[in-house]
Design a protein around this ligand. Structure first.
Ligand code: ADP
Length: 361
């Protein structure tokens, strides 16, 4: 099955699934983000928060029925509920020519070095913001190792929309665009700072993001020229630094903070990733890399500490299979951690002194 035939078949299948109150799932207008790529089908089913229990069997039925279709190897359906009115984040922006005019806040997610879980954090943070009712996009600017396609299970090339702008890809209610979908990694490897920056600003401008409350930019790791150019050339509302508790990466995190300060981008806070290990067998928690390092460091540097995320098998497996844990279970133990981090970050964004906000000084 391919293309629109495939989507028609998926829709027909959803049309045969009954809802608890009568009517069919397919005709209910509740299905969003239905996609089929490489045998993998994903969709979200919009529900009211109080319908979560009664709709769980509907989700299971939909998954089973879609999985039975020829050419479908896996199905991932999530129940999503729009929470009551989210905080108003999208300020009025007058400039019509500003390609990011419809975006409330562009926030960089950065790390001093690679492998600390920056991309995993970006995706789960985006999903946590989404679970709170915000419109969220992710731009994977990690040109050296773009991992968004894997993390979100994206396949194929983005299509062209109106005005020859690229249509962002959709996954789990997020808008997503990755350098990895557009540029061969070998090409990007030889680019220098200014080239990377222009590629990324062009990508931002060439994507029809629509109206978003938050666009998270998954930055290339490190604090070299490319990162500095990117931080300088993008209209950032703030930056979040991801760090593991080890000393070395804290030193790197300090460099990241210094870099953003140099170009007057406010630091929204530090997220400590892989803070402690949760044993999958007994559920006990082990502080393998020591405890409280990032929090103490945040205090020393006078930047907010946004929260600590444990090292768990669930997170790793979810990331590597394109089924992020916060999409699967936004109110589970890990989802709740990311949601708390998201809330703390948003609170920092909205209470940030006016003088610190880019474009308002
Ligand atoms: P980065 O973007 O910093 O290079 P990634 O997000 O790609 O890092 O993460 C690197 C690896 O670590 C991935 O395999 C990912 O699944 C895993 N990982 C990241 N954070 C966690 C975590 N909290 N628990 C378990 N595995 C994690």
């Amino acid at each position: 099955m391919n293309g629109s035939d495939s989507l028609d078949a998926l829709r027909a299948t959803l049309g045969a699934i009954e809802l608890p109150g009568g009517g069919s799932l397919g005709a209910s207008g509740r299905v969003a983000g239905l996609s089929h790529a490489g045998g993998r089908v994903s969709l979200s089913i919009q529900i009211a928060p109080e319908e979560a229990q009664s709709f769980a069997p509907v989700r299971d039925q939909a998954e089973a029925a879609l999985r039975a279709l020829p050419g479908v190897t896996s199905v991932f359906a999530v129940l999503t509920s729009e929470r009551p009115a989210p905080p108003k984040l999208t300020p009025e922006k007058p400039a019509k020519t500003d390609p990011l005019a419809g975006i409330g806040h562009v926030i960089a997610v950065a790390s001093g070095k690679g492998g600390v879980g920056k991309s995993t954090t970006t995706v789960n943070l985006a999903l946590a913001l989404r679970a709170q009712g915000l419109r969220v996009g992710i731009l994977d600017a990690d040109i050296y190792g773009p991992s968004l396609p894997t993390l979100l299970g994206l396949h194929g090339k983005p299509g062209l929309g109106q005005g020859r702008k690229l249509k962002p890809m959709q996954a789990y209610g997020l808008q997503a665009m990755s350098m990895g979908l557009l540029v061969e990694p070998e090409t990007a490897m030889v680019w220098r700072g200014p080239m990377i920056m222009s590629a990324i600003t062009q990508m931002m401008a060439d994507v029809d993001w629509g109206a978003l409350d938050v666009l998270l930019v998954d930055m290339p790791p490190g604090t070299g020229d490319a990162q500095l150019a990117l931080a300088q050339g993008t209209q950032l509302a703030g930056a979040v630094i991801v760090s593991t508790p080890q000393d070395l990466s804290l030193i790197d995190a300090r460099r990241g903070i210094a870099m953003f300060r140099k170009v007057d981008v406010p630091i929204l806070g530090i997220i400590e990733n892989m803070a402690h290990f949760i044993c999958p067998d007994c559920g006990s928690s082990h502080a393998i890399f020591g405890q409280g390092g990032a929090e103490a460091e945040a205090e020393r540097l006078r930047v907010p500490f946004l929260g600590a995320v444990p090292l768990t098998m669930d997170l790793r497996a979810g990331s590597d299979s394109g089924q992020p844990v916060t999409a699967r279970d936004p109110d589970g133990p890990l989802g709740r951690i990311y949601q708390q981090i998201a809330r703390t970050m948003l609170a920092g964004l909205t209470t940030m002194p006016q003088a610190q906000r880019p474009g308002q000084t």
